[in-house]
Design a protein around this ligand. Structure first.
Ligand SMILES: [Zn+2]
Length: 431
């Protein structure tokens, strides 16, 4: 997998969105068709962005390729709102240059019209359950959920232009799989956009098909509250399309609700300024005195939906629309040039770079280095300033100073002349 662009935070744009989307190019060894997967055009539709996030993390393409944008409307995702700058899916016929979404819409349009792209899917969670006849306020022809949305039956002269047949195949396949509830069945909804739907003429999929690019929307239902179920249906739908397009793939998990649920809870890691690494699983809800700059900090997440919100006194860590933890900073200039230290773990000496995590069975020691002041957070010594040269084990630490809720992970911080140089995260795996 190659990450083409991860400019998560763009500063200095007067009108622009704060966060740009990520683009993940996943190419098979064998050439073939290319599918563009777009998630998160609406920030309050998590099925539509957690599904492509799992694709990026857990799928490998063998033949053909995928281009995945899991978080198109990233600013709205972190605020769990449809569109904080207005509905992005109504900006594809025209978007003003002063619109905060201008850059994003213009950029995604260039991917949609790229000659290498053969098909586009736009992932949503929609209201209710789509039915061809009126059954109730939730099950009816005006609902959007559990449907494949097409703007017209076919696109003439386009490879994969038979949208009606392709979506019928997808619905048939999905409905044969094990549904969590029988009423979760999928159907095809044709909006006949050109003649009947003025609103949809401003949408992403209509922009695509008017540029002769086959496109459809996959809508799971907002009325399904379990995220794993929605993500499961999104992935089953995408896989049916991949099979139809001859794009061959592998995934490193079994596609069931249980495994999807497990994978959704994996938040990965966060590296702060390349000097301090945190595991985001089992993290305490608040960490204090986290060394960082006052402005211009670089937060690198392993998860495609990871970002931070600057709340003034703290940085809120987000995975998609899920608040994970708060980081309360202690400010340093970060001009220290040192990048590593020598440690001893379980009796073995080694050189470890700052920003790394080391796993220890029983004992840990920082070897004397006159340049540093070493601070083992949660380990108290009265007699000396620097805590190098002292063999410590888990029971030597005050447990509430751990970074994790299981109380196994502690910070060894290194300072030089009052400036912060870096942290080695120590995880005690033994008793
Ligand atoms: Zn939507």
């Amino acid at each position: 997998m190659r990450i083409v662009l991860t400019l998560f935070l763009i500063h200095g744009l007067l009108f622009g969105a704060l966060r740009h989307f990520g683009i993940y190019e996943m190419e098979g060894k064998e050439q073939g068709n290319k599918l563009l997967v777009i998630g998160g055009i609406h920030g309050d539709e998590p099925g539509g962005y957690f599904a492509p996030a799992l694709v990026v993390q857990h799928y490998t393409i063998k033949k053909g390729s995928l281009l995945v944008v899991p978080n198109l409307n990233f600013d709205s995702i972190v605020h769990n709102r449809r569109g904080i700058y207005g509905d992005m899916n109504r900006k594809f016929d025209h978007v003003d240059q002063t619109d905060p979404d201008y850059e994003l819409v213009t950029h995604i349009k260039s991917l949609i019209t790229d000659p290498s792209v053969d098909f586009i899917i736009n992932l949503h969670d929609g209201r209710g359950f789509y039915r061809t006849t009126w059954e109730s306020a939730i099950f009816n022809p005006r609902a959007w959920g559990q449907a494949y949305i097409i703007d017209q039956k076919t696109i003439d002269d386009a490879k994969f232009g038979n949208l009606d047949e392709i979506t019928a195949l997808m619905a048939n396949k999905l409905n044969q799989s094990e549904l969590a509830e029988n009423h979760h069945q999928f159907d095809v909804k044709n909006t006949y956009t050109k003649d009947k739907d003025e609103q949809m003429r401003m949408s992403l999929t209509y922009f695509a098909i008017t540029h002769l690019k086959p496109a459809l929307a996959i809508e799971t239902s907002k009325n399904i509250t379990e995220l794993d179920t929605k993500v499961l249906y999104q992935l089953l739908s995408m896989e049916a399309l991949l099979n139809h397009m001859g794009i061959e793939f592998e995934r490193n998990f079994e596609l069931t609700r249980e495994t999807v649920n497990h994978l959704l809870a994996q938040y990965g890691t966060l590296a702060i300024n390349n000097k301090f690494e945190l595991s985001l699983n089992d993290l305490r809800p608040a960490l204090h005195f986290v060394p960082m700059r006052k402005t211009g900090n670089v937060f690198e997440f392993s998860h495609p939906l990871g970002t931070t919100i600057d709340r003034g006194s703290y940085h809120q860590i987000m995975i998609g629309n899920i608040p994970v933890a708060r980081l309360y900073p202690q400010h340093f200039s970060l001009t220290c040039k040192a990048t590593a230290a020598t440690i001893e773990r379980d009796g073995n000496q080694e050189r470890v770079s700052f920003g790394q995590t080391v796993r220890v069975n029983k004992t840990f020691k920082v070897l004397a280095d006159k340049d540093f002041r070493v601070n083992l957070i949660g380990f108290v010594t009265k007699e000396r300033d620097s805590q190098d040269g002292i063999t410590v084990q888990k029971s030597d630490f005050i447990s509430r100073f751990s970074t994790d809720q299981s109380e196994t992970s502690f910070r060894a911080e290194f300072y030089d002349n009052g400036d912060f140089c870096g942290t080695i995260t120590v995880v005690f795996e033994g008793p």
